[in-house]
Write a protein that binds this ligand. Structure first.
Ligand code: CTP
Ligand SMILES: C[C@](O)(CO)[C@H](O)COP(=O)(O)O
Length: 233
């Protein structure tokens, strides 16, 4: 089973406003990207392809080199203008350069605290024969659809809604076809869905939240303090 993880990490992190690409922002001295890749390696992934901010490829190589020494192969290449471009570039690299790639995970560097159990659950479900697998959480707020003026259209039944996380896992050939389809979506499973391929869900985890804003970063720092305190008990 050849599992390769693609890590889109080329975003600018404008909403976080830290003055550097978000993937390199440290939490307790360790960049988000390093934490995300470490989680994948801990889950048993052996090849990780990182789409880095084009101006920071050398820095990303430097910060991730020690991870490769710890038993995984880490490949770094420049990402693209949009997240989907970064994923496509990393996918093309994986298919070209890593023989035997059969299962592909796509995992946001920004979801740096995703527990390895979530990664393993996604891999296991793809290995069991599902062509596309995503981790999800229930929606805890009431959600409304609104028109461009902000007037409510309706209230979808939240029992059928889910919040979607990463890693998203795919049969490699299916993901390659999805990225060559010319379709657009905000996540990789969205492309696969539009091709009519079934996408199944596994339970996500609150710690797999996407660090987007300063508030999210503060939550991540609190999570780390909490887990250090639990470890010391
Ligand atoms: N051109 C891009 C844009 C985003 N990403 C990655 O996709 C993931 C999800 O994107 P998001 O969290 O929205 O990050 P940013 O694009 O950096 O955020 P912002 O919109 O605030 O700049 C991140 O790991 C980000 O680095 C990427 O690889 N290439
Ligand atoms: C892939 C994703 O993290 C699933 O929730 C999300 O769609 C990424 O969205 P972004 O707007 O590119 O950050």
């Amino acid at each position: 089973m050849g599992v390769v993880a693609l890590v889109p990490a080329a975003g600018r992190g404008e909403r976080l406003g830290y003055g550097m690409p978000k993937a390199l922002v440290p939490v307790d001295g360790v960049p988000l990207l390093v934490r995300a890749v470490r989680g994948l390696l801990e889950a048993g992934v052996r090849h990780v392809v990182i789409a880095a901010p084009p101006s920071d490829v050398a820095t990303v190589n430097t910060v991730t080199a020690p991870l490769a020494q710890a038993g995984g192969a880490v490949h770094v290449l420049p990402g693209g203008a949009e997240r989907s471009d970064s994923v496509r570039l990393a996918l093309e690299h994986a298919v070209r350069e890593i023989p035997g790639t059969t299962i592909v995970l796509v995992h946001d560097a920004a979801r740096a605290f995703t527990p390895p159990e979530v990664v393993r659950a996604v891999i296991d479900a793809v290995a069991a024969g599902h062509p596309a697998v995503i981790p999800v959480l229930p929606v805890t707020d009431t959600v409304k659809r609104v028109d461009p003026e902000g007037v409510v259209i309706d209230t979808p039944d939240r029992a059928s809604l889910r919040v979607v996380q990463t890693p998203q896992g795919f049969d490699a050939a299916v993901l390659l076809r999805a990225h060559g389809s010319g379709l657009h979506a905000t996540d990789d499973a969205g492309l696969v869905e539009r091709m009519g391929v079934p996408v199944v869900t596994v339970p996500g985890h609150q710690d797999a939240m996407k660090i987007t804003t300063k508030f999210d970063l503060a939550v991540a720092e609190a999570l780390l303090v909490g887990s250090a305190a639990r470890g010391a008990q």
